[in-house]
Design a protein around this ligand. Structure first.
Ligand code: URA
Length: 242
């Protein structure tokens, strides 16, 4: 039930007159209500272009990834509940606003997900962050839980699950099962990622229809090694070592 992607599309809805609009490949749209794709603005597409370029060096890769991560976190926070909150300004007038309600935490899927922790900390001061390590079992080739360290009161929190590349979704699905086994309701989990595959999104959203996915971009698919294409290669290697 996904709409076909056209390779060249105009970027950004209202930023400049039609004839001055750049064209670029923009995210595949999917028809799952629980998938939220960041607006395909010229800014976002330029940032994604930087991190996808194989000639981008590590320092730039980190800098531009962090900018996208920040946008993902800001969008993720829009999904948290708020209550009405009226304040008085220094000039004595009132402003009818809102304030966040409820506690949150981050959970990063190691190692690449840890790259998203700083972006979350930049937006949410002193946020608690847990970690989950899932790796492929050499004998069965299935994802296996190796380690987790989660806030003890995680069942009372909204969870921002962090993993930059949403390929098959195998690790993310296992991470969600771990969170659910610790009492976190599915509808209080937000999975934040930079680039997703249509296959991963479809499998995951069928399995977890109440969970929300926030992504910057849904790519064309997966190659034979389950790398996202066109993708950006191995995120962890590019962020931590190359
Ligand atoms: N993980 C990555 O780092 N890149 C991919 O393309 C898929 C999974």
């Amino acid at each position: 039930n996904e709409k076909p992607q056209s390779p060249k599309q105009s970027v950004g809805p209202d930023y400049r007159p039609e004839k001055q609009k750049p064209t670029a490949t923009v995210s595949t749209e999917v028809s799952f209500d629980n998938v939220h794709i960041l607006p395909q603005t010229p800014q976002l597409i330029a940032l994604l272009t930087m991190i996808r370029d194989k000639n981008t060096d590590r320092a730039d890769f980190i800098f531009y990834s962090n900018r996208i991560i920040r946008l993902l976190v800001e969008e993720g926070l829009n999904h948290l509940p708020v209550v009405e909150h009226t304040v008085t300004t220094p000039v004595g007038r009132t402003y009818a606003g809102v304030m966040f309600q409820g506690k949150i935490c981050g959970v990063s899927i190691m190692r690449a997900g840890e790259a998203m922790e700083q972006g979350l900390r930049d937006c949410c001061r002193s946020v608690r962050i847990g970690k989950i390590l899932i790796q492929r079992d050499e004998e069965t080739s299935q994802p296996k839980l190796f380690y987790d360290k989660l806030p003890e009161d995680i069942a009372d929190r909204w969870v921002l699950l962090l993993d930059p590349m949403f390929a098959t979704g195998g690790s993310a699905a296992m991470a969600v099962e771990v969170l659910k086994s610790r009492g976190v309701p599915e509808d209080r989990i937000l999975f934040l990622n930079l680039i997703a595959s249509p296959e991963g999104v479809a499998n995951f959203c069928k399995k977890f229809p109440k969970l929300r996915v926030v992504t910057a971009f849904i790519d064309q698919g997966l190659d034979e090694k389950n790398y996202i294409i066109p993708g950006l290669g191995d995120f962890g290697d590019r962020f931590y070592t190359m």
